[in-house]
Each structure stands twice: as structure tokens, then as C-alpha cells.
Design a protein around this ligand. Sequence first.
Ligand SMILES: Nc1ncnc2c1ncn2[C@@H]1O[C@H](COP(=O)(O)OP(=O)(O)OP(=O)(O)O)[C@@H](O)[C@H]1O
Ligand SMILES: [Mg+2]
Length: 1059
Amino acid sequence: MISEAHNTGQYLIFNTTKILDKPVVVASDGVRAMMESALTARDRVGVQDFVLLENHTSEAAFIENLRKRFKENLIYTYIGSVLVSVNPYKDLEIYTKNHMERYRGVNFYEVSPHLYAVSDNSYRSMRTERKDQCILISGESGAGKTEASKKILQYYAVTCPASEHVQTIKDRLLQSNPVLEAFGNAKTLRNDNSSRFGKYMDIQFDFKGAPVGGHIINYLLEKSRVVHQNHGERNFHIFYQLIEGGEEDLLRRLGLERNPQQYQYLVKGNCPKVSSINDRSDWKVVRKALTVIGFSEDEVEELLNIIASVLHLGNVQYGGEDSGNACITSDTQIKYLARLLGVNGTVLTEALTHKKIIAKGEELMSPLNLEQASSARDALSKAVYGRTFTWLVNKINASLAYTDDSYKNWSVIGLLDIYGFEVFQNNSFEQFCINYCNEKLQQLFIELTLKSEQEEYEAEGITWEPVQYFNNKIICDLVEEKFKGIISILDEECLRPGDASDITFLEKLEDTVGGHPHFVTHKLADGKTRKVMGRDEFRLLHYAGEVNYNVNGFLDKNNDLLFRNLKEVMCMSENKILNQCFDREELTDKKRPDTAATQFKASLAKLMEILMSKEPSYIRCIKPNDSKQAGRFDEVLIRHQVKYLGLMENLRVRRAGFAYRRRYEVFLQRYKSLCPDTWPNWRGKLADGVATLVKHLGYKPEEYKLGRSKIFIRFPKTLFATEDALETRKHSLATIVQAQWRGYSQKSKYQKLRNSAIGIQAWWRGILARRRAQRRRQAADTIRRFIKGFIYRHQERCPENEYFLDYVRYSFLMKLRRNLPKNVLDKSWPTPPAALTEASEHLRKMCMQNMVWTYCKRISPEWKHQMEQKMIASEIFKDKKDNYPQSVPKLFVSTRLNGEEINPKVLQALGTEKMKYAVPVTKYDRKGYKARPRQLLLTANCAIIVEEAKLKQRIDYKALKGVSVSSLSDGLFVLHVPSDDNKQKGDVVLQSDHVIETLTKVAICADKINNININQGSITFTVGQGKEGIIDFTPGSELLVAKAKNGHLSVTAPRLNSR
Ligand SMILES: Nc1ncnc2c1ncn2[C@@H]1O[C@H](COP(=O)(O)OP(=O)(O)OP(=O)(O)O)[C@@H](O)[C@H]1O
Ligand SMILES: [Mg+2]
């Protein structure tokens, strides 16, 4: 919506999408915005659209509104879509880049009235509708047309998209202005920078909307200014710029002095300096611009040669010879001219003083008198300057031309900045042309404005009465009609043989158009008018006011003649520009060229054609005062302009029928909240909805009309009242909208979160499912391979079974790893698959070795000793003696008798002999087998049987023949000694409770491991002197040792281990 309301104010507008004054109105949302702000701003700074004026027929109200706004520096106001602009004569901060941005791409009615709004609207229409546009800027001299056109160009240069090429074109478009202004603008009484030519510029845009080229058409330069200026006026700027700004060197080359007073063509107006103009800095700008546009240094030089030549020409002095023939008194100028123009000085001199006549096929040189010579000289100056100006425009056009031949499909926006309606004290041919041009433009304006307005009412089926307005067609006809129009009459006078003069022309006018209501001469006028008219004047009643034209010079200016010999000299010029300007064909062409007025008429007709083919937009410029002062609002002057610009008519037409029109849907959309039946939505026909709404709002029948698709509201106040109601209603609507919006925004936030969560879930599920599926697929593959492998398991390794086989191996190895034997005694070992039998065996051995190795590394020396003894015991007794298994878990001890248990005397008797083992034993007598307690001591060399303190028997190990023992569980054993040893009393029968331990020790000490005999049934032993004893062993229930009746020693021993 609209934000600014203050200075810029806001604008209430018809819902136009097109800015042109066709009141063809198309609904748009923007209306809402603009109405609202128009309401807030309408009192303080006047209305931004004159259509909103309550009293729209009052010129006073109109001007008051302009005044109010002008005071507030609001120089722009609309009439519908026509922009009225009042020259502020001061710099306003409303043309900054920020402002441009504010208007860019924004609907016309959403922002305050501005040139940029119009520019942007045209641009967008061009882009969206692909229809060529034109912006017509009109207003009298000094009203700000040229400024407006420059600002529009700047707007496009800044806001349109650009590429590198486009940037160059933009620069050239912008730089064409200072150049054309230097050569075509001048200080006049009305305007310090008055355009003395008409300019229509096409800006070409490509399909992307970038400016890619341009083309300028110039209209009728006021050439007479080159040779003459009214008091207080100047020649074209370029002369002063060159003299003030040109470098010393340059001036020297051109033969110029830095003093404008020196030049006849610059002193006529007696106004070489103007405070608002800095010729020196302007010179720099122009020089730079020439380069940007693409002028080479040579071209610039030649151009300046021509400008300097014109000044020199002006200074050519004639002296009258007695004969009355003109001659040139000083040849200084001629020398310069000859050099600068590259012509022959003598020929030039002759051409400036003579006229070539062809009589009877013969060429004759007829001398000119002083007056004729001066006017020939001036004609040459005008022709040279005028043609150079046209060359300049062509040159600029060449530099702006879009060079891409492949792309012809551009759209254009045309800018028309043409001289405004002009009334001076003395008006001549130029003013006649200028004002005629303005008539034509007014005609176009009226045509388009009224026609479309009427068409709309018709289209909508609204009955309306045509508004009376002044149609200036009658004046246009008066000027341009074939045969009967002023131009035709003028041409006729110019062409006819005989002594035609300006006065005869005037008379002819009186004869032909004397009765025309818009034409008066001194002769035809009433007494009152006669007082203000000269006899050599005619008056036209223009749409913009009455203008008296002095006919003096009309014929000459219309003929625009240049003597043939001067033309010839110019054709011979070595100056390249002049060479292009003066074509030799001109000399041979017998056909008389069209007169100036006819050419102008034709060019205007062409212009009208161009403008008619485009969608026009209007900017009507108003000049607030004649003194170029800021802040001065000259009501009389303004009223006059308002009048002749037809602004009141424009407004009246706009308001005649209805101040507002709005498409039904737009109207309903905006105001539906004001009626319960239409709020929040109207379901029926739009027209019915609008009818219901306005009925509810209490519109009176005369206040509105319903058309086919639009409602037409006659008075602004009706709409204002509705707007005010809407304003009030808006607060409550705002609350609803807020609540709705909050709800909506929260809901969408929630929805977004939810959707995100669902999205994530779906993804994650997808991932999981894919993983699962993959696992299943792998599993199925594995199973399939397994089954196949199982089927082929007995075959050679092949692709079908390799996996299976590998797996079987692998799983065996893994199982083995988990179930390795825990210790050396653990004999468990998983069953290997056939293929691994051998490897398994190797592994098993390695494992065992490893365990043994580990075990061995761990055992202590004591334990090792113990184990060694146990090993020996095992070797001797394992599976041979019944009580051996019982002995295995019992550790062997180093001795069964400690020091105190052995008699000291025995120890003493042993001396140094170290005792290795001692054990209490029972000795059975050889005879009678009486059991006696004894101690058996083992030393390194012998076994000793001890009784208390006595060493009863000592058996050297060497003498020990062997040891016998039974296979039963008893503890009896016999130490066999040789029977022939007298020291011995025969074999010894002993019994030990630790028989396994005792005998193992004996075997080790005596090194008789292989001499331990284990006997079944009985043991025979020697008793001495060849006698033998026998011990019978029988298994029984308990241990019993006794002498049997057969004299044998009978031992019954319980069976401990069944075998
Ligand atoms: N929008 C503006 N802001 C400030 N000054 C302006 C503005 N428009 C015009 N002027 C002033 O008014 C002077 C005259 O304006 P401009 O040359 O545009 O008039 P014009 O309508 O083109 O007149 P002419 O018909 O003589 O060429 C400018 O030189 C400038 O000083
Ligand atoms: Mg101008």
C-alpha cells in the first residue's frame, strides 16, 4: 500500500493501466491504495488528480489546486492520466536514484504523480502489450519540456536492464542531449535554454526491455537566429561555448578571438553573457559528449571549422561602390573562410557579391547591391548552419543505430519535445510554423482524448451527452488546407512569376481566407482590433490565443533560397561535412525544392502518423511566471496556459460523464466489506452485487450509473464518503485479517513442521526397509549358495561349492577357536570336516604342544622335581600295582621323617653322608616274619635300615640287586641283596605305608628304575645261606599280613582298582 503521504502525497486515480489520456479504464487493485492516500492528502496539498476537484468546472478551483501544490513543491498533478507539470525553476530533490527506484515497476496510481510514473507506465505498457509508446510533452517556451524529456531519458538509462553494448547506447542517448542543445538551443527572452528546433526521439528497446538504439527526427531549426537575434537573446549556445571554452590553440587555428563582441552574428541581441549559463564548462561537456557519441578528432575539427566560418561570414563587410554594387572591403574573413571551408577565396568572394543568372542558355554574373549581398551572405550562413545541424542529427542517429541486423523486432518509446506555443511582440514565419505545429498536436490530443472517452461510454451502454469543446481542426484547416490554406497561398506567392511580395501575399490571404472566423487582418478587423494590429500583419485566432504575424520575410523564409553560385562554392568545399551537406546533384536538379512551409507541413503530417501509430502519454508543462523565478505563481499567466492547453476541457471531458469508473469486480472487491450481503463474498452476478452494495451505501440514483462491466460514479464526494466508511471499517477488518493471518501463519508453520517430520520419517523408513531388503537378499543368496554348495560338496572345488566349502572350513575354525582344549588333559577337539582332517590334526598337535610348552614354562623347579618323581613312579607302577592310582594325587614329600624323629646317633653315624629320604617302615623278620618298626634312610650311596639308634643294616646301592613288590594294594617290598654277601643277612622284607613313594625314591637314589619287579601271586627272597622265603599275595577284603601254615608270609590285600 502507499506509504508516503506528505510531500509526495498520494494520488487518487482511475484504474487505468494505460497512462494515456484515453480514459479507457481497466480495473486494477491499485485503486485501493491510491484512493486511501488521496483521502489523507486531499485537503492539505490539494488533490493529486484534478478529477477529484469538487468544483471541476471552476477554473479558479483548478488554479487554486495548482497553486496549493506548487507552494508545497508538488509540481506534478494528474488529470486522469495526463500529467500536468509546473516548472519549479529550482532544483527539487525528486529526481534521485531512490526516486527512480520508487517508481520502477510500480503501478501508476500507487505513488504520487511524477514524470517517472508516466515513464514507467509507458515502459511497462510497451513491454507487456508490445505496443510502441510515445510521450508527448507540450507547453510553452520555458515550461520545462526539454528538462522533462531529459529526465525521462535518464530514468530509462538508470532503470532499464543493461549489458555492455546497452551501456554504450545509454551513454550515447544521454550524451546526444548536450550536443543537440549546444547546436539547437539558445537563450531567448522566454527561456535561457530554449529549444530552437523540434525533436522527436525514438528509444528502441529489445525484447528484454534494454535500450538498444535510438533515432532522432529534428524539425525546423530556427535558422534565422544564426544571423539575427532579438534584443536580450543570443545565438545558438555553441558559438559562445567555442569562444569561451575553446583552447587557445584551437581558437588560433580557427582565427577566432575570445570575445563574442567581435562577431556581428553575436552582438545583435546585446546579450553575450547569461548568468544561468556557464559556457566554458558547457564547452567541456559538449566536447566530451562528441567523443562519447563517436566523433573522431577530425570530424570535430571540421565541425568547428564550420562554426567558426559562420562567425567569419558574419563579419564579412561590404562596401558600396559608386555603382551601388557590393564589394568586400576586407579580405581577412575571406582568407579564414577559404582556409576553414577549403574553398577558393576568389570564387567565394565573387559568389558573395554576385548572382549567377542563366539567360538564354548563357551564364551571366550579375553584381549584387549591398542589401542583396548581405542577405546572400546571411542566407549562406543560415544554410551552412542549418545543414550542418541536420548532418549532426544524422551523425548522432548513425551512432545510436541498432546494429544487430538480425533483430528487427524492437519496441520503441518516442519522446516528443517540440517548441511550445509562442507569442512575441513581433511574430514571424518561425512563430507561424511553431504555432501551427502546436495546433496539430492539440488536434491529436483532442482526437484521442474525446474519442476514446466517448467510446467507453458507448461500450458500457451509458447514455451521455457529448461535451462541448473547441475543436481546433478548423484552425488546422485554415493553415494547411490544399489550395485554400495559408501555406498553399504562401507557396503560390512564392512560385508565381511576377513581383510577388510579402504584401501581395497578405492581400492574397485577405482575398482567400478573409472570411474565416479565425483569421483577421488590419483591413478586415474592427476598430478595436485595428488599434493593436499593424497593416503588414495578419492575426490568427489560435486555440491558445490570438497571435499577430508580421508578413515581412515570409516569402523569403519560405523560399529559403540560396544563390546558385554560393551553392556551387559550397559543393566544392574540401570540408568533409559540408561536402555531405551540399550535394552536387542539387545543382543539376531542375525541380524546385519544396518550400520551407510545405516541407514543415509534410514533416508534421508524418509526425502525426508516427504518433497515431503509438500509444500516447501526455505531459502538459506549465510555466509559472515569465521571470524564471522559483516560487512565483503568476495566476494570470497560468490561467492563460490552462486555458490554451485545454486543461479545463480535458478535465470537463473527464468529469462530464462520471468522475469515477471502476470495473464491477474491483469495486465490489474494495467495498464489499461495507455491506453484510456482499461480505465476505458475493456469490451472484457481479452487477447485482454492486447494485446491492450501492443500495446499502445509500447512493442516490443520480450519483451513479451501472454500465455493462463498470460502475460509473458521478461525484467524487460520493466516493469519498464511501472511502471514509471503508477507512472506519478497515480497523475492524484489520483485526479479523490479523487473526486470520496469525492463524494461517501458525497453521502453515505447523504444517511445514509436520510435513518435514513426515518427510524425515518416510526417508528413514525407506532407508531401513532398503537395508532389510538387502539383508534378506543377501540371506537368500547365502542360503541358495549354501544349498547348492551342500549338493556339490563332494565334488571338486568349483564355483557352486566353493562358498559352502569355505564356509564349512571357516565355521570349523571359528568353532575350534571358541572350543579349544582348556588344558593338556582336556582331550576334547571338534570334529573337522573331511577336507580339514589333516589340518585339524596338525592344529591339534600344535595346540597340545603349545599348551604343554606353556604349562612347562609355568611350572616351578619343586614341582618339576615332583613331576619327575611322579613320572618315574608312573613308569614303574602304572597299570602294574593296584594302589598306584591312589598314590597319583598324593604329592611325594622330600622325607617322611624330619631331623628330630631320627636318632642323633644315627645321624652322627652317617657323618657327612647326606640323607636323601627317610621313611618309617615295618620290617618283617626273615624267620617267623615278626613285624618290627624300623626307619629306612636313603643316602646318595646306600639304603640304611635303622632301629632306634642302631644302624641295623646298610645296603649299598651297588649291592642292591633289585626290589620286588606285589601287584596288589599292599605296602610290602623286598630289597634283594646278593646272597653271597656276608655283610648282609639276606634280602630285607619291608612294608611302607607310602610304598609307591618309598620305592620311587629308592629307584631314583639307587638308579634302579628298571630293577623294581612287580610280581603277581608271590615273591621269593633269600633268607641267607641259600635259604629262601616266600611271600604269597592274595587279594582279599582287607590288608592282612601273617605267617601262613606253609611257612610263607601271606599277604592279603584289598582290591582297590578293578582291572
Ligand atoms: N523539473 C524542473 N526542475 C527544475 N527546473 C526546471 C524543471 N523544468 C524546467 N526547469 C527550468 O526551466 C528552464 C526551462 O526549461 P526547458 O528548457 O525544459 O523549457 P522548454 O519547455 O523546453 O522550453 P522551450 O520550448 O523554449 O525549449 C530550465 O532551463 C530549468 O532551469
Ligand atoms: Mg526545450
